[in-house]
Every structure is written in C-alpha cells, then in structure tokens.
Design a protein around this ligand. Structure first.
Ligand SMILES: [Zn+2]
Length: 303
C-alpha cells in the first residue's frame, strides 16, 4: 500500500492564545511538528526484528483487512517500522515514570501511532498482546501539542507538551479540577472484543499447533468482566446480542472512525427503558474490576 497514513488519527498544534508566546516560536513548533513521534527513551532499547516477526505483522495486517471488509472503514496497514519490541525493564520503567504505577502484567502500549511491546513475552502472550494493542493502534485518536511558556525569575522558558484527547471511545479532558476521563473501561472492552475478531480473521503460521490457534480464536484474554457487562447491557436494554453482525459492525465503526450509530442505538435503548443516564453510567466505567461492579449495580444488572 503506497498511502499508509492512519485515516482516523487527528493531531495538531493547539491554537494557543497565550500572547506571551512569540510568533516565531509558534511557527517553529508548527514546522517541527510531526503527527507521529517515537518515544526516544524507549527506542534505544529496541530489539532487532526477525523475519518471523515481520511475517506475523503481515499476517495480522491481512487479518485486519479481512475483518473490515465491506464495513465502510478505510484500509490501513501497520508497518513493521511502527512496532517496537523493547527490553522489558526499560518498558516497565518508562510506564512507571509516565503513569506512576508498576503493572507487572503490562505487555505493551500504543503511543502516537507506534506500538511498544515488552521483549520477554512467550509466543502465545505475544500474539494476544499484539492483537489487543493493534486494535488500540487502529482506533480513532486525537491529540494536541501545546506550546507553553513557563515564566521563571531568570526569564521565560518555552516548551511543548503532548496531550491525548481521545483513543477509541476513551476521552480525556482537562478541567480546572484536574483531568477527567470517560469511557476508559468501555474502550478496553471494545478493544479486546475486536482483538478476538482480529485473531479469528488471521491465519497463523503453520507451525502453530491447532489447539493454540483454537484458544486464540475463541477466548478473550483480558477485560472479560468489562466485555461481559457490555454484552449484558446490549441484551438487557437493546435486546440484541453482541455477536449480531450489525451491532458488531456499528461498534467497530465507532471504535475505528468515531461513527456515532452504535451510541445512538444504546442511547435510545436506555431511554426506552427509563434509564436516560445509562450511557453516562457506562462511560464512567474505568479499567478496574471495582468500577465494573459499581456500574453493574447502577445499571441494575444482577449476577
Ligand atoms: Zn488496552
């Protein structure tokens, strides 16, 4: 594919109205701005890519094209140059510095159009993590780069800072009271749901045994409770199954291109059931199990 720009990624310099920022600086930031940047601290710990690895990347790309076939979604191939196998210690350290928590299970993450995976995953975990992160990578994203000024006693210091505003249905906004996030848990549920679909559409190498392939193609591997609640919400309020092809394609178009059809369906279903705040409740779910339990109770979904 010649044109390999992500069709649903928005990235721009924030329209800063801070009059203290000199015009030349804004122009310089604009000129240097690239919609995709690798994480410099991590890239130096990247392992060499093997032929087998590149083959797997190709297989997942083919699986993805099959999956979105006839779905009004622009095709996109994730180049092997955007996927980085990183020394595990460096990856976890980076995550700790960014997020302030160590998650030993963290297999990888996506940042700015690139995927970073730890290098000590066994083959099956690699396929599981890859498919999950791949679905984050192709989802709709939005970010801004802000040029800021920081006045010190000895003069002003200028810099740029990066903000993600959206990743799939996960939305992040800055308020005076701090950062507010919506849809983090729902985004993970949808991401893993389609990671499973991606694995179903992917032809794995012949030397992977049948049992492993069957497992990879029939089970979700993470966020099971999040997926379950989405399944139950659809069943209870909209009276549809999550496996319904129309529902699946609406959900996928929401995840990848931000198409609101699926949300409208849910919103109507909640309203018809005297639950006008239903969408808000569902979007309040974060990635923890406690949050799933709370949301279940608020939506009246009992065990
Ligand atoms: Zn995830």
């Amino acid at each position: 594919m010649s044109e390999n720009k992500h069709p649903y990624r928005e990235a721009y310099i924030a329209n800063t109205r801070d009059h203290r920022i000199p015009e030349e600086l804004l122009q310089m930031a604009e000129a240097q701005f690239s919609p995709e940047q690798v994480v410099d601290e991590l890239i130096q710990y990247e392992c060499e890519k093997t032929e087998e690895f590149e083959e797997l990347v190709g297989m997942f790309n083919m699986g993805y094209q099959k999956m979105i076939h006839n779905m009004d979604i622009e095709p996109y191939e994730v180049g092997a140059d955007k996927i980085h196998m990183i020394d595990t210690y460096a990856l976890l350290q980076h995550h700790f510095e960014q997020v302030g928590a160590v998650d030993g299970k963290l297999g990888g993450f996506v940042h700015d159009g690139h995927m970073y995976l730890r290098d000590d995953l066994d083959f099956v975990s690699f396929l599981e993590r890859y498919s999950h992160e791949f679905m984050h990578l192709v989802s709709k994203t939005k970010k801004v780069i802000e040029v800021f000024v920081n006045e010190q006693e000895w003069g002003a210091m200028y810099g740029t800072r990066y903000k993600t505003l959206r990743s799939g249905v996960h939305q992040i906004s800055e308020r005076d009271t701090g950062t507010v996030q919506y849809g983090a848990g729902l985004n993970e549920a949808i991401t893993e749901l389609f990671a499973l679909q991606l694995r179903k559409h992917t032809n794995f190498p012949e030397d992977v045994d049948n049992e492993t392939v069957a497992d990879l193609q029939s089970n979700v591997t993470t966020y099971e409770s999040h997926i379950e609640i989405l399944r139950e919400v659809l069943r209870k309020y909209a009276e549809v199954d999550i496996e319904d092809e129309t529902v699946k394609s609406e959900m996928l178009r929401m995840h990848i291109k931000g198409d609101p059809t699926f949300l409208k369906r849910l919103h109507k279903a909640f309203r018809d059931n005297d639950m006008p705040e239903g969408i808000k409740v569902l979007f309040s779910m974060n990635s923890t199990l406690e949050s799933v339990r709370e949301v279940r109770a608020q939506l009246g979904i009992t065990e």
